[in-house]
Design a protein around this ligand. Structure first.
Ligand SMILES: O=C(O)CCC(=O)C(=O)O
Length: 210
């Protein structure tokens, strides 16, 4: 896996605490997304620091459609119950900035590494919707840009589709936040690509209570 240096920030990582570039869109009912392009500066250094610091593994036996498969990406987890400190100070600060803005206590961070164009995550809605009502999920993307898609469903378990999908190109420090009923009314995915794609990491902030 080789990451080509980009023009997108090899400086020390820092984010925009004022969310000045944020734009919020109502999706349907009470679902909304907020998109903040380039929220984080220094995305390249954050990617490299996390690669040095985290242990990634591949989950096996993951249910996908009607089969059990090896997940086509690598993952790593941090949660507050196991360790007080987020893996890097900039992520600790980001947690508090997100908590202030979205009024949620983000107590876990999931790291997903898409090594190249063959890595992906299939259509799904996050399972913690069964424990937390209307969870807010914040996704910070570093490394190369990959399409992130969302589609409306009548039932997130079975993915009955109702309309065209929406797509954002996420990478290089972009932030996308899903809120309201997104995990009940919508599914999301990161599809494989035909053309070469360098590595991308998504850093996902979740809360297990309000
Ligand atoms: O990598 C992403 O942008 C999406 C991650 C995701 O959907 C998940 O881990 O549930």
């Amino acid at each position: 896996m080789f990451r080509q240096a980009s023009l997108f920030g090899s400086d020390d990582p820092c984010f925009d605490p004022s969310f000045s570039e944020a734009s919020r869109s109502a999706l349907s009912g009470s679902s909304w997304i907020e998109y903040v392009p380039g929220w984080l500066d220094g995305a390249d250094s954050l990617f490299d620091d996390l690669m040095d610091r985290l242990e990634f593994r591949q989950r096996t036996g993951v249910p996908m459609y009607d089969r059990l498969v090896d997940e086509p990406r690598l993952t790593s987890w941090w949660n507050e119950a196991e360790s007080n400190e987020a893996p890097l100070p900039v992520l600790a600060d980001a947690r508090w900035a997100l908590a202030d803005r979205y009024d949620r206590h983000f107590d876990s961070i999931g790291f997903n590494l898409y090594r190249d164009q063959n890595d992906s995550v299939a259509w799904h809605a996050d399972r913690h919707r069964h424990r937390v009502s209307d969870p807010v999920v914040a996704i910070l993307s570093v490394g190369e840009s990959r399409p992130f898609q969302m589609r409306r469903v009548s039932d997130p378990e079975h993915g009955e589709v109702g309309g065209a999908s929406l797509t954002w190109g996420l990478g290089h420090g972009d932030l996308l936040v899903m809120g309201g009923a997104c995990q009940h009314e919508w599914q999301h995915c990161v599809p494989k690509r035909r053309r070469h794609a360098g590595p991308r990491m998504s850093i996902t902030f979740r809360h297990d209570a309000r």
